[in-house]
Design a protein. Structure first.
Length: 269
């Protein structure tokens, strides 16, 4: 019997534009992907090195964007091979922050492509570093032109990162692209956060738009303290002769042991 997937398609995601906001998380582990699927999150972002058959199973009915790593992939052929590999593992679309020519080549191959506008971390030097983009009329218009350029080469969507909410809203309703908002207000088509921020275990800088819903950092500390305590107790038991105890060793019958010792003595001459 053929099993029909309930996972949304590109057409389904597009059809939701302007009807309801989507939820999206960047996840890094099978456990996070599984939890997101169980929680009913619409979309996941998973970078290519972590995209495995196990992750696909864990992601369940989530629509998965597979991130192609800018800088590790360089040529157009690099991106094409990586994109096809991601789709062969049942990805739903790919993320590509490379040139318009590369994005067009992927789109021409029939691969749904999401790119990036606004604050693009890998290219932040061009917009003044890690800060908001689009706070002036000229800057906001430049973001709009980037969106139009992505449309023209066949992109499916774009991450819209750290731009004023009113700018994001006007851009989102004027483009056919699915706009995945990160710090772009409620006018974007999706609200996109990193799982580590949601879970309260952020490493390094926590962006202003992040919101924490759990304190995994405290739980991780508790677990680490338990590890240290358990390892210390093991060391002390070894030093005090309390480990291994009788229940941890393999017994041998006295007669067999004595026969073994006799044989050893004979062997030693």
């Amino acid at each position: 019997m053929t099993v029909i997937s309930k996972r949304p398609t590109v057409a389904d995601i597009r059809a939701l534009k302007g009807k309801r906001q989507l939820t999206m998380l960047y996840v890094e582990t099978v456990e996070e992907a599984s939890a997101a699927a169980e929680a009913g999150i619409d979309m996941l972002s998973i970078v290519a090195p972590l995209w495995t058959p196990e992750m696909r199973v864990a992601a369940g009915n989530c629509f998965v964007q597979v991130g192609l790593l800018y800088g590790q992939l360089v040529t157009q052929e690099d991106y094409q091979r990586a994109a096809h590999a991601a789709m062969q593992l049942d990805g739903d679309c790919v993320y590509c922050a490379s040139s318009l020519g590369t994005i067009k080549a992927l789109a021409d191959d029939g691969i749904p492509v999401v790119s990036h506008v606004g604050l693009i971390p890998s290219k932040a030097t061009w917009t003044g570093g890690f800060k908001a983009v689009g706070k002036t009329a000229d800057s906001a218009l430049a973001v709009w032109h980037q969106v139009q350029a992505l449309e023209s080469v066949g992109a499916f969507g774009a991450e819209l990162e750290v731009v004023p909410d009113r700018v994001a809203s006007e851009i989102s309703k004027r483009t056919s692209l699915v706009m995945l908002g990160m710090g772009a207000g409620s006018g974007a088509d999706a609200q996109y956060l990193f799982a580590e921020d949601v879970l309260g275990c952020t490493r390094g800088h926590k962006p202003r738009h992040a919101r924490t819903y759990a304190d995994f950092a405290l739980e991780y500390k508790r677990l680490q303290d338990m590890r240290v305590s358990a390892f210390s107790a093991f060391r002390q038991d070894v030093e005090n002769g309390q480990y291994p105890a009788a229940e941890h060793v393999v017994p041998i019958a006295d007669a067999e042991y004595e026969q073994f010792i006799t044989a050893l003595l004979v062997a030693e001459g």
